[in-house]
Design a protein around this ligand. Structure first.
Ligand code: NAP
Length: 235
């Protein structure tokens, strides 16, 4: 299917693995030129090389922490004008709310709310002037169905969702849409890490927890990054 985005430029954050990588691959398949980032240099360079050789699009990589102002500056300097912005970063750790300090909260809000807002602020006016822009925030199903141990994520991501719902009403008239993708359980390193915590808490093996959690999902299995990426490219 021609998605009509061939030749556009995308900045895909946190994209060496998992859902971000799935989005980068699906956009590349649709003919989009990419700038991708992650903190681990070798991983992001390898991912860029693999996507470039598979899809024959331009892929620049930036090794940076997108939750810092220096990281965002480096990513935007490499990307140049952005037509498609995929906001993503690692999620806050699970835990119990009585243990979280003010510092833990600031870190979560910084990474999963303010980082996306800063990147939107840096790119949206150019999108508006070109009358085309697509902004996707990778958040979590927890925005609609909050999960107790993911309180830091619930709070920060709901804040981002509320903010974006407000400004999207100002941008859509000029061809700039802002959407959230709210993943349920998708099989990535992060999901396997969370399952390990749940298995320990429940006193069962990781394999048992994997089977139980997969069966609880309506599909009877976890989603995968490829499916997630295709949904992102469609939006
Ligand atoms: P993942 O498999 O752990 O992949 C995370 C990717 O982001 C890696 O490429 C990682 O590379 C990069 N990254 C992490 N922190 C970064 C930072 N500060 N700056 C730049 N790059 C960074 O995770 P995932 O499952 O794809 O999750 C992506 C997001 O979706 C997370 O926010 C997660 O909470 C959310 N989510 C996932 C699921 C799920 O089922 N998978 C469900 C709901 C929500 P480096 O470590 O090298 O930086």
């Amino acid at each position: 299917m021609d998605l009509g985005i061939q030749g556009k430029n995308a900045l895909v954050c946190a994209a060496s693995k998992g859902l971000g990588r799935g989005c980068a691959e699906a956009l590349a398949e649709a003919g989009v030129n990419l700038t991708i980032c992650a903190r681990t240099e070798q991983d992001i360079v390898d991912t860029a090389n693999e996507i470039r050789s598979k899809y024959k699009v331009s892929v620049e990589s930036v090794a940076c922490d997108i939750t810092t102002s220096e990281g965002r500056e480096a990513a935007l300097k490499t990307s140049g004008p952005v037509d498609i912005l995929i906001n993503n970063a690692g999620g806050p750790p699970p835990g119990q709310f009585r243990d979280w300090t003010r510092e833990d909260w600031i870190k979560a809000v910084d990474a999963n709310m303010l980082t996306a807002i800063e990147l939107i602020k840096s790119t949206v006016d150019e999108m508006i002037s070109r009358k085309f822009g697509r902004i996707i925030n990778i958040t979590s199903a927890a925005v609609k169905s909050p999960i107790s141990i993911l309180g830091l994520s619930n709070g920060a991501r709901m804040g981002l969702t509320g903010f974006c719902a407000g400004i999207a009403r100002d941008t859509v008239r000029d061809g700039v849409t802002i959407n959230g993708l709210l993943p349920g359980p998708f099989e990535t390193e992060r999901l396997l890490g969370n399952l390990k915590v749940r298995a320990e808490a429940a006193g069962v093996s990781e394999e048992e927890m994997y089977k139980t959690a997969a069966a609880e999902n309506p599909a009877g299995r976890f989603g995968n990054s490829e499916e997630f990426g295709k949904t992102c490219a469609f939006l």
